[in-house]
Design a protein around this ligand. Sequence first.
Ligand code: NDP
Length: 403
Amino acid sequence: MSKVLVIGAGGVSSVCVHKMAMNPDIFSQIHLASRTRSKCDAIAESVKQRTGQDVATYEIDAEEVPAMVNLIRKLEPSLVVNLALPYQDLPIMDACLEAGVDYLDTANYEPKDEAKFEYKWQWAYHDRFKEAGIMALLGSGFDPGVTSVFAMWLKKHKLKTIRQLDILDCNGGDHGQRFATNFNPEINIREVTAPARHWENGKWVETPAMAEKVEFEFEGVGPKNMYMMYHEELESLARFNPELERARFWMTFGDEYIKHLTVLQNVGMTRIDPVKYQGRDIIPLQFLAAVLPKPETLGETTKGKTNIGVIATGEALDGSGEKTFYINNICDHEDAYEETGNQAVSYTTGVPAMVGSAMMLQGAWRGEGVFNMEQFDPDPFLDMLGDQGLPWNVKELDGPVPF
Ligand code: NDP
């Protein structure tokens, strides 16, 4: 029985709070605070209707550390779950340190003025969290999050070492819009337009954004073009699996999405530096995000499935030579919407955020300091993930990926 404080009231938060309310034996009191209180109230109302549970709501700017510390001290939660944006990671970690409370998030810190996400800023908090006797769990979404746990499950049950690893993220959903992003547009476009980076023979190899394309047949979705890009879990996977010779991340995009994004990039609408417009500074990408469809409004019309997983090749645990396994989850947009009022991209992130919170609160995953998903036993996490709406599947492939 534990009290939690969730920060942020977007699609991911909505799913996570609904799933927490469906597990009242673990999450006995849920408090929800965000920049716009009406969004917290709308989530609380839906949770009440669907589960009968109460959620208390507050307005907060999470970048105001003293206000965050006051709220945490007033509520005395066992855990602060950060489901706002990556920009707020460090101020919320500062507030947790000052108030002496555990922390969890789903995306690593990114400075506003530079499209660069790295764990170094958050890893730098390790000693201070350790000295304070508190724990931070970083990246407990799907990717990052479940993808790392999938890799560690393979390493525990199937492979002695992982020689090469590919993360395949496919969203086969159709929302009926010409161009829309399925999570926060600003964060999504910064991620997609950044140069691709993969891990090879002990170093990062950088290639231009969207330059590497491969067609892959995804179960439950069909053939899709996927593009190599950088994703943050590559950094923690490489750190905690030093034997990795190669690790890559792939994401599917439709031709329409690529066409629109290319034009927007070419005309400068994805820039993140200030531009003078009618006497004031505006950031083109922030303006673009304001005119694009809000991801939380896409749930009702989105049909199709997501299929996200890991293909890993390495020496088999049973001594039978080199083997390749594919471990993945398939999630249906319409089922996710029916259960929580949100599409599958929010669902596949919000459920692991709830499961990671449960791991910490129940003591299955414990430590003092700052931790990544790779550092804990994958079994209890994946058992609960399957029970809570994201069942997963593992199969052996004939050999390493041909691309
Ligand atoms: P949304 O943009 O829908 O929601 C973000 C929420 O954070 C909004 O309610 C917003 O408030 C709030 N917020 C923003 N700034 C502040 C602030 N200064 N103080 C308080 N609240 C603030 O995003 P999503 O729900 O799609 O994503 C949430 C997080 O999940 C992001 O960090 C994203 O990167 C991550 N993510 C992780 C994935 C994974 O698999 N690991 C996949 C998808 C997303 P307001 O409503 O006022 O704008």
